[in-house]
Design a protein around this ligand. Structure first.
Ligand code: FAD
Length: 430
């Protein structure tokens, strides 16, 4: 096997890199360790026949905004992005809830006395979103295409940026194959079920792109990487882990607060103080009794996920890195608190502890699902402080995973950035 470019790993970023290289005329070969492509974007029957669960990512607010995904004709690839009526809801005791609707106006209208402040903060950010998002998703060294809009985003938008872009998008199962379908149509090839353990095992290629994190780069490179570069890469920090649970339910979750029943995502954890306490516990290495849980309800936009009248439910909470504690009981108690009767609906569950997460995909080091901790330093400089974050100390070898800018999430922008760097180094015009 020979190719102009080899890509190790077929997560959203590996595939984005492969597609970008193939579009520029390179012969590309992708090697994936798991039996199916997709990395953090796979759907599987984890519980019972007919119940199709998102094994990792389920909510894709950045996919629609991503310049990489915009280049693809998603409809032609059989991918539909769907938006729920309520983007996310946050229930409180007593049947109350706050929720984010489809427009600033609608959400402001639900916020009572806070409505005006919300409108003041969000309106300009939403107005400029199509201008600023490509810059937000680019490496820090890039010159913003819309500096004024970016300045406004930096001043007002950074703290609630996740809020700004949280339009829930749930792709159909076929979405996970979109990158692979697109790749083969461009002449690229994809091999699954082959774990790469050393760069020396790869066939010769003009460029090698690795959809892995710095720790794996060090292991794959072995002696070929100098001691100083190795030490720098080893300083890369990973974040807390997650314990993830998927449920097969005999019906929709009986949330007390009506907006939660229509929400794509439900933030389950009670008041601000309770959420902060739970997350502080995790950062201190403890497993909280009342964890803050992210819960997604794919059924609100995609009833085909489960047999008629039934539902799937997806949820996780943070845990200390590497934890093998099953948090399903505590997560279920939190959901039951805001949706009495929930536990009676459970037909089956699948649990993945943080340690299981890493066994499933070595990129999830200690169960960290974002390819590295979101420290201030690593938010701006990841994986290390380099002018071009995608190059590695090895000539012709690039990192293209979520350990590079802009970080975790299904947007393909790490892959796009790495592929563009490789193409520039090869002197290929794009
Ligand atoms: C539980 C969970 C929930 C999430 N929820 C969301 C969400 O709702 N929305 C969102 O946007 N993001 C979410 N994410 C994050 C998102 O899935 C990741 O940020 C994204 O998948 C990163 O893409 P990637 O291509 O960088 O790496 P990955 O998706 O991790 O892909 C890496 C691929 O490389 C393969 N690989 C690794 N090492 C080797 C090797 N040595 N040889 C061969 N193959 C190898 C792996 O098997 C894997 O297929 C979630 C992640 C998890 C785990």
């Amino acid at each position: 096997m020979s190719a102009d470019a080899m890509v190790v790993g077929s997560g959203p970023n590996g595939l984005a890199a492969a597609v970008t290289l193939a579009r520029s005329g390179l012969a590309v070969h992708v090697i994936e360790g798991a039996e199916t492509p997709g990395g953090g974007c796979r759907t599987a029957e984890l519980t019972l026949p007919g119940f199709r669960h998102d094994v990792c990512s389920a909510v894709h607010p950045l996919a629609a905004a991503s310049p990489f995904f915009r280049q693809l004709d998603l409809a032609a690839l059989g991918v539909a992005l769907r938006t729920p009526k309520v983007a996310f809801a946050h229930p409180l005791d007593g049947g109350r809830a706050a929720w984010l609707a489809g427009s600033v106006d609608e959400t402001a209208g639900n916020l009572g006395a806070d409505g005006a402040a919300y409108r003041r903060l969000l309106e300009p950010l939403v107005r400029d979103a199509t201008l600023t998002l490509p810059d937000v998703l680019a490496p820090l060294r890039s010159v913003p295409g819309h500096p004024l809009a970016m300045a406004r985003f930096g001043l007002d938008g950074l703290p609630p940026a996740s809020l700004l872009v949280r339009r829930f998008r749930s792709p159909e199962t076929r979405a996970m194959f979109a990158g692979a379908a697109e790749l083969t149509s461009l002449g690229g090839t994809l091999e699954t079920g082959r774990w790469v353990t050393s760069l020396a095992d790869l066939p010769a290629a003009r460029a090698v792109l690795l959809d892995v994190t710095p720790r794996q780069l060090v292991a794959l490179a072995g002696e070929s990487i100098g001691a100083r570069s190795r030490r720098t890469l080893e300083r890369f920090r990973y974040g807390t882990g997650v314990c993830k649970v998927d449920w097969a339910l005999s019906g929709p979750v009986p949330w007390q607060a009506a907006p939660c029943r229509e929400a794509g995502t439900v933030h389950v954890g009670g008041t601000f103080a309770e959420v902060a306490r739970g997350e502080a516990d995790v950062n201190a290495g403890r497993h909280p009794d009342r964890p803050f849980c992210l819960v997604a309800q794919p059924g609100v936009v995609d009833p085909t996920r489960a047999p008629a009248g039934h539902c799937t439910l997806w949820g996780y909470c943070h845990v200390p890195a590497g934890s093998s504690v099953d948090m399903s009981g505590r997560i279920e108690a939190q959901i039951e608190r805001f949706a009495p009767g929930f536990t009676d609906l459970i037909l089956a569950r699948s649990v993945r502890t943080a340690a299981d997460m890493e066994r499933y995909n070595p990129n999830y080091v200690g169960g960290d699902i974002n390819g590295g901790a979101a420290t201030l330093r690593q938010t701006f400089f990841r994986p290390t402080l380099r002018w071009n974050p995608y190059r590695t100390p090895l000539p012709g070898v690039y990192l293209c995973s979520s350990s590079t800018p802009p970080g975790g999430g299904v947007h393909g922008m790490c892959g796009l950035g790495a592929a563009r760097t490789a193409l520039a180094d090869l002197g290929v015009k794009t």
